[in-house]
Ligand binder design. Structure first.
Ligand code: SAM
Length: 221
């Protein structure tokens, strides 16, 4: 993604009460220290400007949401929206998801959303894809039993790669579609992301899968 630098965004993000600037220090105690409740935690990795996760947070006050984004120039847009419409059940972290296990403990997260993740089309960059085996291993280390990943993309090559990679990494595909908006079951309750809106308007079908850690397979290892 081409990024426009937004001067002062790093400082503005750090100054917001919605941004958690010391996320490692809350590992294992997000519910108690940050949200002060016992509700489930759902995270979006690579959330961009945050429209999707903020809409979910408004719809589901019974869930705690954490949005993760690598760049403050993008994250600042989510922070601005959160400051305008404050919700108690949302926080943001500026970080590279590579370090996710330093921020959330084993079993601490109940659901992970990956939306229109960067495709990294070159083979030599495959391990940077958020649906690669390397990332799925990290995600399985923070997801509670029965936790799921929901992944959407319009990139068919990335989707085919992800469908192939998940079972190899010990995950079970619970549902998948090559055309989310035409699927009467999977489209129910769908919340659009910024990229989803753009690609749908351009006529691209949206692919989606839902996966869970295959505990039967894991136990055999
Ligand atoms: N999810 C949003 C949507 O669907 O509208 C944004 C999609 S955008 C193509 C991908 C976003 O993921 C970018 O903002 C990028 O900075 C972020 N991202 C990519 N790799 C990341 C990583 N390893 N850790 C955190 N954020 C990442």
């Amino acid at each position: 993604m081409r990024l426009k630098n937004v001067p002062g965004s790093r400082e503005a993000v750090a100054a917001s009460a919605f941004a958690i600037t010391d996320p490692e220090s809350h590992k294992g105690s997000w519910r108690r220290e940050i949200f002060k409740n016992t509700a489930p935690i759902h995270i979006e990795v690579g959330m961009g400007k945050g429209r999707f996760i903020m809409e979910l947070a408004a719809l589901h006050p019974e869930v705690n949401y954490v949005g993760i984004e690598k760049y403050s120039s993008v994250l600042i847009r989510a922070i601005e929206k959160a400051e305008e419409n404050p919700l108690p059940n949302i926080r943001f972290i500026r970080m590279d998801a590579e370090d996710i296990e330093q921020v959330f403990d084993k079993d601490e997260v109940d659901r992970i959303y990956l939306n229109f993740s960067d495709p990294w089309p070159k083979d030599r960059h495959a391990k940077r894809r958020l649906t690669s085996g390397r990332f799925l291993d990290r995600f399985s280390n923070i997801l509670a039993a029965g936790g799921i990943i929901e992944f959407k993309t319009d990139n068919r090559d990335l989707f085919d790669y992800s469908l192939e990679t998940a079972p190899e990494a010990g995950w079970r595909i619970l549902a998948s579609t090559y055309d989310l908006h035409a699927d009467p079951v999977m489209r129910e309750g769908n919340v659009m992301t910024e990229y989803e809106e753009k690609f749908t308007a351009a006529g691209n079908p949206i692919c989606k899968y839902v996966i869970t850690v295959d505990t039967a397979n894991k136990d055999k290892e």
